[in-house]
Design a protein around this ligand. Sequence first.
Ligand SMILES: Nc1ncnc2c1ncn2[C@@H]1O[C@H](COP(=O)(O)OP(=O)(O)O)[C@@H](O)[C@H]1O
Ligand SMILES: O=c1[nH]cc([C@@H]2O[C@H](COP(=O)(O)O)[C@@H](O)[C@H]2O)c(=O)[nH]1
Length: 318
Amino acid sequence: MVAHPPSQTAQVIAVGGANMDLKVQTLAPAVPGTSNPGRAAQTPGGVARNVAENLARLGVRVALLSAVGTDALGDGLLRQTAEAGVDVSPTRRAADQATGTYTAVLDRGGELLIAVAAMEIMSALTPAALLEQDELLRGAHYIVADGNLPPDTLLHLLHQTGEGGARVVFEPVSVPKAVRLLPALEAGHAPWAITPNLSELSALVGTDVADNASAIREAALTLHGRGVEVVWVRRGGRGSLLSAADDSWELPALSAEVADVTGAGDATLAAFLAALLGGETLPDAAREGHAAAALTVESDQTVVPDLTRAAVRRRAGY
Ligand SMILES: Nc1ncnc2c1ncn2[C@@H]1O[C@H](COP(=O)(O)OP(=O)(O)O)[C@@H](O)[C@H]1O
Ligand SMILES: O=c1[nH]cc([C@@H]2O[C@H](COP(=O)(O)O)[C@@H](O)[C@H]2O)c(=O)[nH]1
């Protein structure tokens, strides 16, 4: 795939994290506090970057606004992301900081034991860095902003794009990062959509939400009341609940042979946006999201290399 020239307006801008992921797995049951024999795999990661790569593979013109170091990891990350078809030209190179890393330790059965996201470099994504890309951001249909962004940058982005037309989708990333949206919500700058899992939703509404449709819908209504138009709550193998102010849909996950769930949420969001850009309704686009997730969990890769919209629609049964 060839990168789209920067002059061509991107349909989606992904703003947030780009990491080199290192996944290590023990060969025998893990023994804490000592060295365990294992195997390792290094792949490009970071939520905004993963979403961008999925979108490019789905045929959407997409640009990545992130920050990487001037180190070898940064070179590799940008090269591999550009090769997938993403316009990486808006991404900043920060000479004095290391490229972000995400290190996950899995046990022999593939269950996550612990992961560390070392992403201090995200501090280079300042409000001023976003202002430099004002034209690009205003020209997009959708902006995907992830919770890796510093809270003041997130607030600034939502303020900056408020009257501009681009719909902002906030992907929380994790519970500690989800709450970075709260200052913006309190200031009245709501994103168009939010895509939390249950614990991130609980963090956003400030109370534990039970894992049933009526409790999730009630929490989503709280967020609708704060100006968020679409709340799409991920429930892992149980599917999702998609909520808009006047309607909601419980959507099942497709049954899948799970090889590795890493990146499933990122593929879900990308396929949803690709389908919306293709003119689908919210629930039909979300169904395509679940189909892309099924293809992703069946693959041991974070982003399925041969993902296409046609393959997603086939998996969705269209
Ligand atoms: N065990 C599973 N079986 C089938 N599909 C799954 C499974 N786990 C996740 N998925 C699919 O991946 C999507 C995203 O996964 P989820 O775990 O909810 O999000 P995240 O990757 O953001 O934590 C789900 O909505 C579902 O479609
Ligand atoms: O605080 C963060 N943790 C993890 C990620 C990224 O999230 C992906 C793992 O996603 P999941 O939780 O779906 O396995 C990896 O690519 C990793 O780099 C990130 O951007 N920020």
